[in-house]
Design a protein around this ligand. Structure first.
Ligand code: NDP
Length: 298
């Protein structure tokens, strides 16, 4: 099966690595060509010069880009996907996108006989490396069956969320919850640090109690207490995701002040820490506001 993979970023290159083998025939394209060339040195893949060149023969096209805006950008234009994609192909968008844009892309592709699934993923770079991502997809079940093998190459828990756009909505809400857990755990631990309770002791109790979360159980012990803050998922992308979740709530006329507050806090953190910061580094802003450091040496 001929696959084109577009977007070899932090998570995209790990997902693509599972498709660089039989029964797949992989072509990759990345805006920064050096990344695609480095990928092809380590994996069985052809490097395309343009998105059009990548998709020309592909039965399945996968996009994994920062947001739906970049997916739109690679579709359109002189050497864009739409210039060459085959009738009968399926585009699987693994971007954490936004539902309205995904619906409009699906309609545009549908007019050309191309099927579309939004299929964002969760589990981070660890699950991407292991090929055990959770995939939440939106779209038609008959289309999914045609590409099941492809999604199973990098996914383990694979869930139909609903019609096109539902995968994006679910992903955005999940990530808004992640953001709220990171921020609220930081506020709690900063407060306790000032009250004389060290973060490792606080986490030992919280992780055996009802305040625990993935943030308290994994992110804080591995990344904050150690002060390692590895870059696995950019803060800029989490900012985008919470904005999408708050937008879905607004569209659905659901009062969601906490989602909106989280969107504002992570926008502030993104502005303060820049494009390359990891999402867990938002903790540093809470520390700055509190005038205290959570864990690590002073
Ligand atoms: P990165 O920021 O690491 O990579 C983004 C990719 O998109 C790069 O290949 C980049 O190319 C490309 N790109 C950016 N702008 C454009 C453009 N205008 N035209 C063409 N290509 C462009 O993102 P991730 O790989 O981390 O994330 C990809 C998606 O997956 C996002 O939607 C993210 O929210 C989601 N996600 C990420 C997770 C993670 O742990 N990292 C976890 C779950 C979901 P270039 O190399 O040239 O910069």
């Amino acid at each position: 099966m001929k696959i084109a993979f577009i977007g070899l970023g932090d998570i995209g290159h790990l997902m693509a690595s599972h498709l660089a083998r039989e029964p797949f025939e992989l072509t990759v394209w990345n805006r920064t060509a050096a990344k695609a060339e480095a990928f092809a040195r380590d994996h069985k893949a052809r490097v395309a010069q343009t998105p059009a060149d990548a998709v020309r023969d592909a039965q399945v096209v996968i996009t994994c880009l920062p947001s739906s805006a970049e997916v739109e950008a690679v579709l359109h234009g002189e050497n864009g996907v739409l210039a060459a994609i085959r009738k009968g192909a399926v585009l699987i968008d693994c971007t954490s996108g936004d539902p309205p844009t995904s619906r409009s892309i699906a309609a545009e592709l549908g007019g050309r006989g191309v099927e579309f699934l939004d299929a964002p993923v969760s589990g981070g770079t660890t699950a991407a490396r292991a090929g055990t991502l959770t995939v939440m997809w939106g779209g038609d079940a008959t289309v999914f069956e045609r590409v099941r093998l492809v999604i199973e190459a990098f996914g383990k828990k694979i869930v139909h969320a609903g019609p096109v756009g539902s995968g994006d909505a679910l992903k955005a809400v999940n990530n808004a919850l992640l953001a709220i857990h990171v921020w609220s755990t930081a506020e709690g631990l900063a407060t306790l640090a000032k009250a004389g309770v060290p973060a490792d002791i606080a986490l030992d109790v919280i992780n055996a109690s009802s305040g625990r979360s993935n943030a308290s159980m994994n992110l804080f012990p591995e990344r904050v207490l150690t002060r390692a803050f590895p870059r696995t998922f950019r803060l800029a992308l989490l900012d985008k995701d919470i904005g999408i979740a708050a937008g879905v709530a607004r569209d659905q006329k659901v009062p969601a002040p906490l989602l909106q507050l989280a969107a504002d806090l992570f926008r502030i953190a993104h502005n303060a820490l820049g494009e390359e910061a990891d999402h867990v580094e938002a903790v540093k802003l809470v520390e700055q506001w509190a005038g205290v450091r959570i864990g690590g040496t002073k």
